[in-house]
Design a protein around this ligand. Structure first.
Ligand SMILES: Cc1ncc(COP(=O)(O)O)c(C=O)c1O
Length: 398
């Protein structure tokens, strides 16, 4: 099919790789030639419950009957009730939610708010990170997408990767050098997701927490990819003992991918600042009813003990299947947490099209295969996904 009338993202248009798809059901999407592709990446780390989850679809359809759209000034019970439930999942009674329609906007608004609240410009961020495509979020992102755009990089200070600075020695000296009084916040993916599932060592978190306490730094946790049970807990920051972010950016899994939606939790101290001061942030589709409805379905699922049992069983099976992969000579390293994994291959580079040809969808990235299967995928499909993956690897396991 010709691709004349719309752009493909993050690609030179002539080389953009795409496939003709006719439908998406269960945990697969169906190609025009009838082939069924197992979704090993939850579309783009967002369809955590597959494509056919009635408990997300139903409230969305109901919302189209009551409020297909709504002004941000309209109060109605769902907005307040679901915001309270989201805070409960975050483990927070206090603070407030600011709604968006994407992860980039969640990060963008977090940056605006910390700069406004502190009156400072500098954000500390990692090189190996992605925080979104808008100019502010991109300025803190460290991957190639930053360099491909003209961003305001002088307001970002790059910090060393956790594995290169496990005791935070270099990070401390950066803070001393620029002065904590010039730093608005530190912005981090709790686990670097699409850039390779990098899990920081415990010592790094311990030292980072001490540094944050010493200098009263604000912490923005970008949980856009890690959140909503992707990494074994409701949010990945909850898996780091004693970590207390001041702001939490959310999107992707928040609506199971069925509706473009995002949110930002803002802690009590900053939230109450806006009782008297102007919050200069807003969107036309603020707290959109379809997004709130989809989120209510996701929250139902994450509160349902049968669903949680199923997710836990899948997390276990996923870990076992990954463990078996480690013995493949072509596999160099496996990093994983919950239902997120990066498989480093020994010098071999695969393409997404090769995965599709073998019947599965995963992310191919510079000698890495990144997996994020739907949390509730059928266990037999999860096993089949690994069979497909092994057939791509070739070698002894074929
Ligand atoms: C960690 C993280 N933050 C932010 C974003 C941006 O989200 P969106 O593409 O919804 O704007 C992404 C997207 O991949 C992400 O992985």
């Amino acid at each position: 099919m010709a691709r004349e009338h719309y752009f493909h993202t993050w690609a030179s248009q002539k080389e953009a790789s795409s496939v003709e798809v006719v439908s998406a059901q269960g945990f697969k999407f169906v190609l025009q030639n009838g082939e069924e592709i197992i979704d090993g990446l939850s579309t783009a780390f967002n369809t955590n419950f597959g494509y056919s989850e009635e408990r997300i679809k139903r409230p969305v359809v109901e919302a189209t009957n009551q409020f297909p759209a709504a002004l941000s000034k309209w109060n109605y019970p769902q907005r307040e009730e679901q915001s309270k439930r989201l805070k409960t999942l975050l483990g927070e009674k206090k603070g407030k939610i600011f709604y968006t329609v994407s992860g980039s906007e969640s990060v963008e608004n977090a940056l605006k708010i910390v700069r406004d609240f502190t009156g400072r410009k500098l954000i500390l961020a990692r090189e190996c990170s992605y925080h979104g495509a808008t100019l502010g979020a991109l300025s803190v992102s460290g991957d190639w997408r930053n360099k491909a755009n003209l961003t305001v990089n002088e307001w970002t200070l790059r910090i060393p990767e956790p594995h290169d600075d496990p005791e935070c020695v270099e990070l401390s000296s950066i803070v001393e050098r620029v002065g904590a009084e010039n730093i608005a916040a530190i912005c981090l993916e709790t686990i670097t997701g699409a850039n390779g599932v990098w899990i920081a060592p415990e010592s790094w978190w311990k030292n980072l927490k001490a540094l944050i306490d010493k200098h009263s730094l604000l912490l923005i946790s970008d949980e856009v990819l890690n959140g909503f049970r992707r990494c074994g807990s409701s949010f990945a920051f909850q898996g780091v003992e004693g970590l207390k972010p001041d702001l939490v950016c959310m999107s992707k899994g928040i609506s199971g991918g069925y509706v473009p939606f995002g949110a930002l939790w803002v802690g009590e101290e900053i939230a109450s600042y806006y009782d008297e001061n102007m919050l200069a942030c807003g969107l036309t589709n603020y707290a959109h009813p379809l997004g709130i409805a989809a989120m209510s379905g996701v929250l139902d699922l994450l509160e349902d003990s049968d669903t949680l049992d199923r997710i836990e069983a899948n997390e276990l099976l996923f870990a076992q299947l990954l463990e078996q992969l480690r013995s493949d000579p072509r596999v160099k390293k496996v990093r994983s947490q919950g239902m997120l994994a990066a498989i480093e291959t020994d010098g071999l580079k695969y393409t997404w099209k090769e995965f599709i040809a073998k019947g599965f969808h995963a992310q191919a990235k510079e000698g890495m295969i990144i997996l994020a299967p739907p949390l509730t995928i059928d266990p037999s499909l999860l096993e089949k996904l690994f069979d497909c993956l092994i057939s791509v690897l070739g070698g002894v396991n074929e």
